[in-house]
Write a protein that binds this ligand. Structure first.
Ligand code: 13P
Length: 246
């Protein structure tokens, strides 16, 4: 049985004060949710504060990106080791917004995953197609390219995969549970090609307009093992409802 994994990606939202307020409301609302892995990914500036507030709780901490070098003259960048140092357990890598606005390709994503895992961070690896790619019948080609390229020479331990169709991100258009299941099954088949039976233990999250109203139905699907939530994770009330979906 795969333990559900529900993560909040706050993107470029929340000051430290807002982070503090959220966590104070959120922790009591999810304290009895022990049969689910819960992760918050605030922006870099809130990570040290969040690490302190989450210590000893049932909620883990994630960053939203890293640079793949250990250290050096890379103005503006943050390394995996720096995240481990402040008490981060995970990092999101390959989000479509990084691929789209910051030109990250599969090779860069692969280097970042390697660096994160070497430093001991868990990785939430994101993949997904655009609407043009889906309508053009290219979804499976894109997923194959992203999975094979991103996970080249990467072991499956401490790895979580997030399928986020770009057309469903921030649009209010959730993939139907059937579309999510069909695509997740294809993702798992690709993971099986890389990892054999170990692919059965990997969590595949769905992301794209997940809300308290649609999480339960998505989670009934056999290959949907959790969610990566953007907009609906910004309020403690709505994200705690998603975590407590059962
Ligand atoms: P929304 O939940 O706002 O659609 O964002 C999904 C996402 O990109 C999470 O990483």
């Amino acid at each position: 049985m795969r333990k559900p994994f529900i993560a909040a990606n706050w993107k470029m939202y929340k000051t430290t004060g807002e982070t503090n307020d959220f966590i104070k409301d959120f922790l009591p609302a999810v304290s009895s949710a022990t049969d689910v892995d819960i992760v918050l990914a605030p922006p870099f500036t809130s990570l040290p504060l969040a690490a302190g507030l989450l210590k000893g709780s049932n909620v883990n901490l994630s960053a939203q990106d890293i640079y793949f070098e250990k250290e050096g003259a890379y103005t503006g960048e943050i390394s995996s080791g720096m995240l481990v140092d402040i008490g981060c357990q995970y990092v999101i890598i390959g989000h479509s917004e990084r691929r789209q606005y910051f030109n990250e390709d599969d090779e860069t994503v692969n280097k970042k995953i390697k660096a994160a895992k070497e430093a001991g961070l868990g990785v939430i690896f994101c993949i997904g197609e655009t609407i043009e790619e889906r309508e053009g019948g290219k979804t499976e080609d894109i997923i194959k390219r992203e999975v094979d390229g991103g996970l080249k020479d990467i072991s499956p331990d401490n790895l979580v995969v997030a399928y986020e169709p770009i057309w469903a991100i921030g649009t209010g258009k959730t993939a139907t549970p059937e579309i999510a299941q069909e695509t997740h099954a294809f993702v798992r088949a690709r993971l099986k090609a890389l990892y054999n039976d170990k692919a059965d233990d990997l969590r595949i999250l769905y992301g794209g307009s997940v809300k308290p109203e649609n999480i339960s139905e998505l989670m009934t699907k056999p290959d949907v093992d959790g969610a990566l939530v953007g907009g609906a994770s910004l309020k403690a009330d709505s994200f705690s409802k998603i975590v407590n979906f059962k």
